[in-house]
Structures are given as C-alpha cells and as structure tokens.
Design a protein around this ligand. Structure first.
Ligand code: N01
Length: 546
C-alpha cells in the first residue's frame, strides 16, 4: 500500500525539484510538521531514509522494544477524532502497536503522498543568492527548498562498537536500531548482547526467554527500575479517554511533560521511615515515578542521591540470587537517575536463569570479535548471533552525518565543535531558514509533548513569515549566545552532567565525542514554552528577518 500512495521519487537524472519546505525525517516530528505546513498551503516534501513512517518506532524493532512512558500520554494530542478512535492495549505499548498507531496517523491524514521514502539526505547547502537550500540524497536526487526543517530525531544515528573484528563474525549480527523486518528466532541459539542501556535491558529480558544460552557483555551497569506494565481493557480505556483533557493539562504543567512530577519535599526533610515507605511505593508503581516523581533533590544533592542509590542497590541484591553477580549489576561510578533509568520487567531475575551469563568487560575486556564469536582477555566465546545494543551518536550525531553548509560554506559540524550553539534549540546563526525540530538544546522529557510544542511554534513562525512576505529568517548571533549561555547555566549543579552518557554527548565509539558537553535544555518545559511565547509576542525578537 505504501508504494502506491507515497510521493513519486524522480529518476536520478531528473531536474532538481523545488519546494517551499523540505522536512527531513518522517518520524513523529516530521509527520506532525507535514500536517501543520499543509494548513499553511505550503508545497512540502518529506524525505525519509526508511521505507515507512515512524522514525524511532520504524527503526527500533528489536525484541522487547516498548514505551517506557504511559502510551496515552505519548500519543499525538492535536486531533480529538484521532484520540477518540485509537485504543491502547497496554499501559506501556510495545513497538509493533506504536508503529501501527503511527501508520494509522499516516493513513488518516493521507501523509504518504508528500513523503519520499528511501531518501537518505547526504547534504544541504544554503545559497544566499537564491535564498534556498539545495538538498541531495545519497542516490543523487536534488531538491531546492526555501525552508529546511530537520526532523532527524535525537537518537537516530546508531553506533557500532569500536571493537576490532566486528566485520569478521560469521554468524548473525545486528545493531538493535537496524533490526530486520522479518521475525528473528533465538531458539536453540547461543546469543551475545553487548550493551546494557535502556535498549540492552529490553532486549536481554526478551532474548533470555528462548535463547539456548545468552551471554551479556556489560561495561557499565545502569540503575533499572520496574516498569510494571499491564493490559488496558475496554472499560479502562474509556475511563482513560474521559480523562484526556485533565491529562493534557497535567502534562503541560509538569517539569518534563510526564504524568509524574517531582515530590516537592526534599529527601532528608522526612523521617527515615517515611522516606523508605515513599520509595517502596514508588518502586511498586508503574513507570518513571521513581525517577521523575522522586524527592526534588535526588539529582542535585549528593547525599540524597547516595540514599536513593542505596535503596535501589538493596532491591537489586534482593532480586539477584548470586551476591557476586548482584554486585556486578550495581552501578559504582554514577548515582541513581544521573543516567536515563531503564525500566525493566524481571530484568534482574534473568541473571538467576541457568541459560544466562553476565560478563563484566571491565574485569575481562573484549579484545576482538572473531569469526566464531567474542574473545575477551580471559576466554573465547562462540556464538550463533551477536546483538549490538551499543546506542547512538545522540542529539548532534544525525546532524553530523549530513554535510550541512550555511552562509559562506560554513559547516554546521564545525560550528558546533565543542558543543551545539542554538537559539531556542530551533535556529543557528549562519544557517538561515533552517529550523530544527527536537534538535540540540531542546527539552526532551515526554518527547511527543515537546514535539507538538516545537512544531506549533515553528508553524507560527512560518505563518508570520508568509504574512510579512519574509524570505529569510536567521537567528541573531547575540540571541544564539544568550540562549546557549542560558542552556549551559541550567546544567550547573546537576549531577546528571557529571556523568558520561549520551545525555552528556559522550560516545566512546565516535571520534571527538569523549568530552562531556551540555547538549540539551535542563530547565522546565513550562519555562521553555514561556520563553518561546515571549519571543513570538515580541515579533520574533532575536530572529533577523528579511
Ligand atoms: O543506548 P545507551 P540505548 N563496548 O547509550 C554500551 C532511549 N530508549 O540504545 O555505558 C562495550 O544508553 C554502553 O556501555 P557504557 C532512551 O532514552 C528509549 O540503550 O558506555 N559496550 C551501554 O551499556 C535511552 O537512554 C526506550 O559503558 C559498549 C550501551 O552500549 C536511549 O534510547 C527504549 C560499547 C549503550 O547504551 C539510548 O539507549 C530504549 C563498546 N565499544 C531506548 N559501546 C523507550 O522506552 C557502547 N557500549 C522509549
């Protein structure tokens, strides 16, 4: 069906196609931006590398992939009709259901007619003479567009580990973000998983169910907490739907747009008994409550962070039978919540199974991948399959992979050496008419909520440009300086920024990304929206207009 409905790509020799706007990416931001730009009557084309819509939910089809946020709070909220007709079957939906939902959105709003699939962008160059972007795909198609909207996604540039011999392995192997579209069986197989982030945890607990033997190669353990997923029956779905207006209002008011909001009290303001009871309650509650609904100082006060870390460590010790393995699974180099907390379903119990082995690669580092498996400093393991859950060149990585050149041929990658510089996370000086959706310096949190705000704000800006006959919008250098300084200052005192992770821009597999940077907005979503509203109310102050 996709092939019939989707926009027709021109042949490689065809002339350059011209649009008013090109959106790069057909994930949630690209899809919603297309809907909104159509309302402005713009000629829009979406260029998408994959063969279908859905972005993250299209690519990450590894076993066990699912929402860690409540399904209903993570959907689009812009269409009442859509909200009325879509039922979620689980509180934390699995990837197949989410992808079905996004395909339903594409069908409902007839999005595919403006999307060209199999269109990976390799370059985007600004021309001052024509006030246009020229955009090229890897197979040589060319497009021009007055406005370039990047809907690339913060976690969409997967990285393989820089371990020698990766190409030599003779069995099956795959990065979780490039998982095949066909079913993959683990039955009777000796499987290795490298990586124990949120993706690794979801994969491991699923593969362990059927693999003959699973060996997990762990470099850094993470602090995981129970997801406590459950099915949603018809009546419960109707109750949830009846509560949508209050739910959206709550998402608007909370710090990170989640349903959970920090407990106003601080850790040591309550008695030890009350603290323990509160943490027991959070540990027994579904979702991110224990991370984002905890005492307000767990990510700023070292003693508070140590106390909650101690609580979760005790839980791990209770759940893992072998005390030596339990100790390996307890993080020692970072406190609870300072990295993204993976949510799990019987993850720790997996290590009680006879068919699962944990290899701590700090003790016995991987020396190389061999044709038959993995060689560490003290053993050689044979595998039928190696799964790389080794993460992403996050936030700026998907930009770095495209040759983006602004005025005077300045490369965005060079401009962002040492960390991104933006105005509101949406624009960069020297890169006129480039508008970023969920780019660096944005609040992440409950991402679809941030996407809807981001897209609406950009749409209003483009409506303003239309009505004022503007053909060139560029962030003023001083506005970029001021916003970047503000974003950097928001990171002060946050323990999160003292830890290596994708959230601090560190990726051991990417050259030049070993130093921590502040790449995302750590303030509250309401404060971010207020600043955006203020800019708009002042006639888009901070944006040079011509
Ligand atoms: O990636 P990660 P992820 N040798 O970077 C290890 C979102 N998400 O794909 O920590 C050996 O967290 C690396 O080790 P270390 C979510 O926001 C959402 O798991 O660097 N190991 C680490 O263990 C999440 O945070 C959902 O020491 C190597 C792992 O690989 C984000 O995606 C579900 C290595 C990478 O972990 C990224 O998660 C899943 C090497 N050379 C993910 N290189 C939802 O619920 C890397 N590692 C929606």
């Amino acid at each position: 069906m996709d092939a019939v409905q989707q926009a027709e790509p021109r042949s490689q020799t065809a002339a350059t196609q011209d649009f008013e706007a090109v959106i790069v990416g057909a994930g949630m931001s690209g899809m919603y931006q297309l809907i909104r730009l159509r309302e402005l009557g713009m000629r829009v084309r979406v260029l998408e590398a994959g063969t279908g819509v859905g972005g993250t939910w299209y690519w990450n089809r590894y076993p066990g992939a699912r929402f860690d946020s409540e399904s209903y709070s993570y959907q689009f909220s812009f269409s009442d009709e859509l909200l009325r007709e879509w039922d979620w079957s689980e509180h934390f939906a699995g990837q197949p259901e989410t992808l079905r939902y996004l395909n339903h959105v594409a069908d409902k709003f007839d999005l595919r007619r403006d999307i060209e699939f199999k269109s990976r962008i390799v370059s985007a160059h600004w021309s001052e003479a024509t006030r246009n972007w020229t955009i090229a795909t890897e197979d040589g198609r060319r497009y021009t567009a007055r406005f370039l909207l990047t809907a690339l996604g913060p976690l969409s540039a997967p990285t393989m580990p820089n371990i020698p011999g990766v190409e030599s392995f003779q069995g099956e192997s795959c990065h979780t973000a490039h998982w095949p579209h066909e079913p993959v069986s683990f039955e009777g197989k000796r499987v290795a998983v490298i990586g124990t982030g949120a993706t690794g945890v979801q994969t491991i607990q699923e593969v362990a169910k059927t693999a003959k033997h699973l060996t997990v190669f762990q470099r850094t353990p993470n602090w995981c907490a129970p997801l406590l997923n459950a099915r949603i029956g018809k009546e419960e779905m109707e109750r949830i739907r009846a509560g949508y207006p209050e739910m959206w209002q709550r998402c608007l008011e909370t710090f990170s747009c989640f349903l959970h909001t920090p407990e106003p009290r601080k850790t040591f303001e309550v008695s030890a008994e009350e603290r323990e009871a509160f943490w027991e309650k959070l540990y027994a509650s579904p979702g991110f409550g224990i991370w984002v609904g905890n005492f307000s100082d767990i990510l700023t006060n070292r003693e508070a962070n140590a106390a909650i870390s101690d609580f979760v460590a005790r839980k791990i010790r209770q759940r893992v039978k072998d005390p030596k393995i339990a100790e390996k699974l307890i993080p020692k180099n970072h406190g609870f919540g300072t990295r993204r907390v993976p949510l799990e379903t019987k993850y720790y119990e997996v290590y009680n199974q006879d068919n699962v082995t944990l290899v701590d690669i700090n003790e016995t580092p991987i020396e190389r991948i061999t044709p038959a498996g993995i060689k560490t400093s003290d053993a050689e393991y044979e595998f039928d399959m190696i799964i790389y859950a080794t993460g992403f060149d996050a936030i700026t990585g998907s930009f770095d992979r495209i040759d983006i050149q602004g005025t005077d041929g300045t490369k965005l990658k060079d401009r962002w050496k040492g960390g991104p510089k933006t105005f509101l996370g949406v624009m960069v000086d020297g890169f006129p008419n480039m508008l970023m959706l969920m780019g660096p310096h944005m609040a992440l949190g409950n991402i679809p909520r941030s996407i809807e705000h981001n897209v609406d704000w950009v749409t209003d800006l483009l409506r303003y440009a239309q009505s004022h006959n503007l053909t060139r919008l560029e962030a003023a250098p001083e506005a970029v300086r001021e916003w970047t300084d503000h974003v950097l200052s928001l990171g002060d005192g946050l323990l999160t920024f003292e830890v290596n992770s994708w959230m601090t821009g560190v990726n051991s597999n990417v050259e030049g990304k070993q130093v921590r940077i502040i790449n995302r907005y750590a303030g509250s979503a309401p404060a971010y929206r207020a600043r955006c509203d203020e800019v708009a109310a002042k006639g888009y102050e901070g944006i040079l207009q011509a």
